[in-house]
Write a protein that binds this ligand. Structure first.
Ligand code: CP
Length: 327
C-alpha cells in the first residue's frame, strides 16, 4: 500500500481535506474487510510507534497497539507517569528523541489549555508523524471512526439530522474534544448537525464559526439549541454524551451545582421516541450508564455503539498505514 500521507501529522481532521479523509475511509474499509476475512496486511513491517498516554484509555490504546501489530509493526505503550516528562522533560526533547527511535508518535493529553499545545510543540520538532489520540480540543481518531460508522449505516449522509446532545454524567469531567470534532466534521459531509446543551456547557465560539463555515461550503447545516426535545425530534442519529463546562469554568471538580441541575439531560426511551423511527444511537464510549443513557437504549435495537467502537481499530490502522510507511 502506498503511504499517500507519509510523514503527515494527524492532529485535527480540520487540517485534512475532504478528499484526504475520503482516502483514509477507503483504506479503513479495505482494512476492515481484510481483517474480517483473515487477509494479512503487512504494510508497516518492522515499523515502530510510541503511544504516549497522560490519561486512561481502553479503545484508543488497544486499537493502536493491536492495529500496529496487525500491520506488521510494534507499538510501545508509554504511561507519562513513568516517563521523564513527569520530571519536566520538554515536549521538544521527547519528540526529537522518540522520532529518532521509530516511525510515529501518538499522544493523548486532554488537560485543558495544555494538551493541544503539547502535541503542536511535538509536531514542530518531530521527524515522524504525530498522531492525536485525544487532546483538549480534538479527537480525530474518534471522529474518523464515527464518520465511517455513519456511512456504513447511511451511505448518503446529505441532510441526515445528526444531534449531538450534552448528557448528565458524574464519572469524570470529560473533555469537549468529541463533540467539537463532530460539529466540525459532520457538516463537511452535508449533514444537518444540531448541537444541544444546557446553559454553561458551551463549546468555544471559534468552533461554532468553523462549523457554520464547513456547513455553508458543503451543503450541510449547523444549529445550536438549549432544548433537548428539539434535538431529539425527528433525528436520524443521536449522540447524547457528557462533556465538561471547560469553556466557562476551568475547575477540575467533577460534580458541582451546575451539573446537578441538569440531571434531566439523559437519553431515555421516551426521548428516543421523539426521533425518527430508524434513529441510531451513538456514543464514543465509555458511557456513564444510568446517568447519560438508560441501559435499554444503549443495549437496545437503535444502538450502534459496538460497531462504532470496532471501527476505531480499522480507522487507526488506516491513519498509521498512510502516515507512517517508508520513513
Ligand atoms: N472513545 C475513546 O476514546 O475511548 P477510550 O477513552 O477508551 O480510548
Amino acid at each position: 500500500m502506498e503511504p499517500l500521507f507519509k510523514g503527515r501529522h494527524f492532529i485535527t481532521l480540520q487540517e485534512w481535506s475532504k478528499e484526504d479523509i475520503d482516502k483514509l475511509l477507503e483504506v479503513s474499509k479495505d482494512l476492515k474487510h481484510k481483517f474480517l476475512t483473515n487477509v494479512p496486511t503487512p504494510y508497516l513491517t518492522n515499523k515502530t510507534a510510541f503511544l504516549i498516554f497522560f490519561e486512561q484509555s481502553t479503545r484508543t490504546r488497544n486499537s493502536m497497539e493491536s492495529g500496529l501489530a496487525q500491520l506488521g509493526g510494534h507499538a510501545t505503550f508509554l504511561d507519562t507517569s513513568t516517563m521523564q516528562l513527569a520530571h519536566g522533560e520538554s515536549a521538544k526533547d521527547t519528540a526529537v528523541i522518540l522520532s529518532s527511535f521509530g516511525h510515529g508518535i501518538a499522544c493523548r493529553y486532554c488537560n485543558w489549555g495544555l494538551g493541544n499545545k503539547f502535541l503542536r510543540e511535538m509536531a514542530k520538532h518531530s521527524t515522524v508523524p504525530i498522531m492525536n489520540l485525544q487532546d483538549d480540543f480534538y479527537h480525530p481518531m474518534q471522529g474518523l471512526a464515527d464518520l465511517m460508522t455513519i456511512q456504513e449505516v447511511y451511505p448518503d449522509t446529505k441532510h441526515l439530522k445528526v444531534s449531538i446532545i450534552w448528557a448528565y454524567a458524574t464519572s469524570h469531567k470529560k473533555p469537549i474534544s468529541v463533540p467539537l470534532t463532530q460539529i466540525l466534521l459532520f457538516p463537511r459531509y452535508a449533514m444537518d448537525v444540531t448541537l444541544a446543551f444546557p446553559e454553561g456547557y458551551d463549546l468555544p465560539e471559534w468552533a461554532y464559526e468553523q462549523a457554520r463555515k464547513n456547513a455553508l461550503e458543503n451543503g450541510g447545516s449547523f444549529t445550536i439549541t438549549h432544548d433537548i426535545n428539539e434535538a431529539f425530534k425527528d433525528a436520524d442519529i443521536v449522540i447524547p454524551k457528557n462533556w465538561g463546562s471547560w469553556v466557562k469554568n476551568q475547575s477540575t471538580a467533577v460534580v458541582d451545582d451546575l451539573l446537578q441541575s441538569y440531571k434531566g439531560w439523559k437519553c431515555t426511551e421516551e426521548m428516543m421516541a421523539l426521533a425518527s423511527p430508524n434513529v441510531k444511537y451513538m456514543h464514543a464510549l465509555p458511557a456513564d450508564r444510568g446517568n447519560e443513557v438508560e441501559d435499554s437504549v444503549i443495549d437496545g435495537p437503535h444502538s450502534i455503539v459496538y460497531q462504532e467502537a470496532e471501527n476505531r481499530l480499522h480507522t487507526a490502522k488506516a491513519v498509521m498505514a498512510m502516515t507512517m510507511g517508508n520513513k
